[in-house]
Design a protein around this ligand. Structure first.
Ligand code: CA
Ligand code: CA
Length: 145
């Protein structure tokens, strides 16, 4: 079992949070990262459960993106809320996934997460640009289950 703390160092976490802040500076969308050891159910089902648990389905514009990682399985899912799926095409999720997977494969989890966050941020920026009335609806910290 990989230790959750060993998976990402304190500095790694800071860098990831900074990536979320940078991405959210350009979009009203909300990005969150959740890491846990293993999913006790089908990966997609579990990601959806976490999405609701983190109240990511309660954003005003329904534009939250969750990056869910089960570290023992080296598996992850990028889950976007309703309004996102109405606007982006499927290839978006593939390129975001690929940007993460290439780094995960070589054990560089921090960079994989940062790639995913920035990629998601770029796409969100196109469809949900940041505006002066935007608020940070969801905390940018990494959630650990
Ligand atoms: Ca926001
Ligand atoms: Ca946020």
């Amino acid at each position: 079992m990989t230790n959750l703390e060993a998976f990402l160092s304190t500095q790694d976490e800071k860098d990831i949070i900074e990536a979320i802040c940078n991405a959210e500076d350009k979009t009203s969308g909300e990005i969150r990262v959740h890491i846990e050891h293993a999913s006790n159910k089908a990966l997609f089902e579990r990601a959806l459960e976490v999405f609701h648990y983190l109240k990511m389905d309660e954003t005003e514009q329904r534009n939250g993106v969750l990056i869910y990682v089960a570290i023992d399985n080296r598996q992850f899912i990028i889950y976007g809320d309703l309004a996102i799926n109405e606007k982006v095409d499927d290839s978006f999720w593939d390129t975001t996934r690929d940007a993460m997977q290439s780094q995960f494969r070589i054990g560089n989890f921090k960079q994989g997460l940062i790639n995913g966050i920035l990629k998601a941020g770029e796409e969100l920026k196109v469809h949900f640009p940041w505006n002066a009335s935007d608020i940070d609806e969801l905390p940018n910290e990494i959630s650990k289950g």
